[in-house]
Each structure stands twice: as structure tokens, then as C-alpha cells.
Design a protein around this ligand. Structure first.
Ligand code: 5GP
Ligand code: ZN
Length: 119
């Protein structure tokens, strides 16, 4: 069923505590933890507790949780003191855009400068 934990999903396992992660924030609907392969001094993933394959699927099923993710991303940025200098929030959507884990996640990146357009 949409939103239910998937036994083969890495991020569902992190939520369940079956795979360790450095969790930095939790809310009723979201969990935020450090990326295992950081691409910036701050690189945190904010994910919904519910399993959906990407941001588009989450927006269809539970639009209020998309807002929760963005609010938690802002809270992470404040906690990490990257809010004043600026930070990037990225939802890679689909393999062609670099998505490798098919459980919705926002990358929160900061602590360095960024190019535009992104690579
Ligand atoms: P995507 O490429 O799907 O946008 O992002 C997936 C992210 O998950 C990558 O940045 C990758 O480094 C991160 N990741 C993959 N496996 C693990 C893991 O076991 N633990 C943590 N904390 N991050 C992971
Ligand atoms: Zn999942």
C-alpha cells in the first residue's frame, strides 16, 4: 500500500533503526540524518516516515508532508548555521537526475559555495 514501509528500502530501514544513521532531527512525519557520502560541509537528508518513491509521488499522496520536509530543511539549516550564508535543497527525481534511493528525500547542502546551473 502507498506509504507503507518497504522491506527492501534502505531509508525505511534507517527509520526503523535497522540500519544505523546519524539522525539530527525528527518530527512526527519526517526524519533528518547525515548523508553517508557528504558533498558539502553540511549534507543532511530529510525524508518522510512514509515510503513514496520520489517527491512527486509524495506530493500526490501527502502534500502536507512536502511542507513538513521543507520546514525541517529550514530547521536543519538553522541548526547547522548555514541559513544566513544560504543553502541548497535538492530533490533528485528519477535515475536520469541522479536519484539512487527510491524513498523521497530532500538533500540539504551548505557550508560552501555552489555553481549555477548545477552539474
Ligand atoms: P540520491 O542519489 O537518491 O538523490 O541520494 C541518495 C543519497 O543517499 C546519496 O547522497 C547517498 O550518499 C546517500 N546514502 C546512500 N546510502 C546511505 C546510507 O546507508 N546512509 C546514509 N546516511 N546515506 C546514504
Ligand atoms: Zn522507504
Amino acid at each position: 500500500m502507498a506509504g507503507e514501509p518497504q522491506p527492501d528500502c534502505l531509508f525505511c530501514k534507517i527509520i526503523a533503526g535497522e540500519v544505523p544513521a546519524t539522525i539530527v532531527r525528527e518530527s512526527e512525519t519526517t526524519v533528518a540524518f547525515r548523508d553517508i557520502n557528504p558533498q558539502a560541509p553540511t549534507h543532511v537528508l530529510v525524508i518522510p516516515r512514509a515510503h513514496h518513491r520520489d517527491a512527486a509521488a509524495l506530493a500526490e499522496a501527502e502534500p502536507q508532508v512536502v511542507a513538513d520536509i521543507l520546514r525541517e530543511a529550514a530547521a536543519v539549516a538553522a541548526d547547522e548555521k548555514i541559513d544566513a550564508t544560504g543553502y541548497r535543497v535538492v530533490f533528485n527525481t528519477g535515475p536520469g537526475a541522479g536519484q539512487t534511493v527510491f524513498h523521497t528525500h530532500a538533500h540539504v547542502l551548505g557550508g560552501r559555495g555552489f555553481e549555477w546551473p548545477p552539474g
